[in-house]
Design a protein around this ligand. Sequence first.
Ligand code: FAD
Ligand code: UDP
Length: 384
Amino acid sequence: MDLLVVGSGLFGLTIAERAATQLGLKVTIIDRRDHLGGNAYSQVEPETGIEYHRYGAHLFHTSNEVVWDYVNQFTSFTDYVHRVYTTHRGEVFPMPVNLGTINQFFRSAYGPDQARALIAEQAAELGGKEPTNFVEKGISLIGRPLYEAFFMNYTAKQWQTDPAELGPEIISRLPVRFTYDNRYFSDKYEGLPTDGYGPWLERMADHPNIEVVLGTDFFDESQPLHKAATVGQVPVIFTGPIDRYFADQLGALSWRTLDFELEVAATPDFQGTPVMNYSDLDVPYTRIHEFRHFHPERAYTSPKTVIMKEYSRFAGPGDEPYYPVNTAQDREKLLGYRDLTEAEPQVLFGGRLGTYQYLDMHMAIASALSRFDSVVRPWFGAAN
Ligand code: FAD
Ligand code: UDP
């Protein structure tokens, strides 16, 4: 083995694939789960034959040409375009906030300029202050009434953190449009892997130089490929949680976890759309996914449908960490952990868990491609 990759998510898979195909290295990937692919993994629900995303709906989108060319080596993509609706006080609105949402909410027929003027008037309560947190950013983008209807309670359910403590970048992930365009993403390329995420991710590791060892935890000293037995002996790509790598010695970073409730419902169509958000507190889950709607091009014939309710809460010990909460204290701890990484011999910390960063799939792949060139190639004396 020339290189050990801990974690078979898109970051680890991309580095492994590049190392095997570009440098001819022998790569071992370990993962503590019983499948590869990390959170993007999907599988087929046996009763209905419908593909479902085991860790919550994953929509691929990017404007990065390099990433788009790279992923197309392993899969083609459908022409799926993501659209989301949200239920508020018994009424369904399009999300993200667009002219349709604004006019439905205010029972009005504003044109783009009038709607902009209305939001600007509502945002004036900030007195021109540069928004520094989630609430202020929300009010600056959509005004208080829309913020309170669609973001305040949904975010309370999702983050269980005072929105004033959350960063403005979280709400900026969603566009606000003064047109009727209700696409969820604004990227140049968007789609779902034609044969599903499982086959895409498996193809990335399908190389004679890549060995995948599942059910192996890097911190389990009874396994041959554990931390103490490998670090310093072989270069390591670590994509697990950075705080766990250092045994939480500076304190645990805070993460959110999700609980997914999968159900086969006895109707061919439960909600008529792939994702329905629930923006009020009386519904305990944040959203319901209905997977058959992600692939209208497939001839799913089951008279039943697969739905998944998503609940969010703080991660405790033993829970899967999904989203970095990233409070000011977390950011301070992270700086400390980053200092500790400097002293690790030939260990690259990457991906969502390894860098404590929210990364979409295309960002994880872009980061892996660039760190492969800047860090991994030089380890092996290879020129760019
Ligand atoms: P991961 O996929 O998390 O992979 C890390 C791997 O490391 C896991 O398989 C884990 O089991 C393994 N591991 C951890 N610790 C150890 C250990 N000690 N020993 C061995 N193995 C270990 N992105 C999009 O672009 N579009 C979306 O719609 C989207 N939706 C998302 C929805 C949810 C609910 C979540 C959580 C993420 C979503 N993402 C989405 C982000 C996407 O999942 C990530 O970009 C992608 O998974 C990043 O890959 P990664 O390799 O960094 O991490
Ligand atoms: N959000 C919200 N209401 C919605 C959709 C999103 O309040 O109907 C907020 C929520 O705080 C979320 C953030 O906007 O974390 C970003 O939305 P995105 O769809 O990117 O959510 P995530 O990936 O966190 O599920």
